[in-house]
Design a protein around this ligand. Sequence first.
Ligand code: NDP
Length: 460
Amino acid sequence: MADHEVDLFVIGAGSGGVRAARIASSYGASVTIAEEYRVGGTCVIRGCVPKKLLVYAARFSGDFEDAAGYGWNVPAATFHWPTLIANKDREIARLEAAYTATLERFKVKLIKSRAMLEDAHTVRLSSGERVRAKTILIATGARPYHGAQIAGLDHVISSNEAFHLAQLPKRVLIQGGGYIAVEFAGIFAGLGSRVTLVYRGENILRGFDDDVREHLRGEMQRRGIKIITKQTVAAVEKVDRGYDVALSDNRQIMADLVMFATGRHPNVTGFGLEAAGVKLAANGGIAVDSYSRTSVPNIYAVGDVTNRINLTPVAVREGHAFADTVFGGKPTEVDHSNVPTAVFSEPELGVVGLTEAQARERLTKVDIYKTSFRPMKATLSGRDTRVFMKLVVDGSTDRVAGCHIIGPDAGELIQLVGVAVKMGATKADFDATMAVHPTAAEELVTMREKAASYSQAAAE
Ligand code: NDP
């Protein structure tokens, strides 16, 4: 027997779960949401938000250096990690309280507890209380995955712990070549740590455009980050002064902090998915259809637990679409195409649409435009850095199929380019747009010469 009944029970109060809960409630549904950790989920508590605050902190060192060329005499700056962490923690607590208040305002009942599915309609809380729900939404997110078992793995931290270090490590070794590895490499380097990044493949950021990967690697190296490719961490040993890290080629590197950013796995175990009959997809996430419905008709799943595109705005959109579909009488599918994304590396990377390689695979005719230039600010600062921009154009329709930017504010730029690409803007539309001068972004509308042109016929 259930202790009470609701229209919707949401498991997980992260970005996707919270959005779904409040929209469903606004349609008149009775909603309960269970969260075993902190309200806000990965993005707010130990992801996007605290990460961006650390990125801001890290960039000041470059700004202080750059200021000299503009006439500023900046006395040797010092940095105090505990201040940054305490201020960041205060901001995260404020945001968590704001999320909680939003749930209250929308009359969503929040239960701070782990939730277990007993069957397709029954959820048991850690208090033993049972809730019967007409619809259940799983929004349990994902968690860091450390890869193969190696000696000394218990000395290794993930990004979760990186946000709470007692002090800034002098020497940091990061394994991984994806978003988190690249972002934290920039954070620690900017704050003054000596950073080594170890990646198993040929080049960092697999899946991104090859020119982008090459350019960003060069920029990171110029900022003092040591990048070792085609190697993995084989063992980590605690020694007197830090950690002795052995790589697969037997090289040894000393570090004060070893962090792995080797991907994240969907949280699909330990809360009764099998009991409810929910099936998983081949990629380890919960299998869902285009309305986020699982193999059990009254159970839905959104966000990282479905392992589709693991980005906060995507989870939010999926949660909103779920609520519209199930409680708002507006069946809504989420369009997962042309999702713009940014990597908050130093310098920043912004991307939307196809890479050159993807375009050459999928389109019959492809035109490539690209440029690399010294940003104006670097002329007086003397900083050795270059901005990179690339447009991938469908040669048959003239539509811009992809845009790739490395440079200051690339994340901000790609948000707007994303609108144009989503609308189907052509290269001619870009060309017809008047430049804003002097900006870096004006290059996006002034690239006239093709860097390359491919057609199926030519490739054969
Ligand atoms: P990613 O999947 O982006 O990168 C994982 C990296 O670890 C890859 O370079 C991968 O190599 C490597 N790797 C995987 N397994 C092993 C292993 N066993 N040994 C050695 N290396 C390994 O995951 P992240 O952890 O960086 O981030 C998780 C997700 O979170 C991202 O994909 C993204 O969706 C999201 N995110 C988004 C951010 C943003 O929007 N700015 C910021 C941070 C995270 P290989 O390439 O060879 O597979």
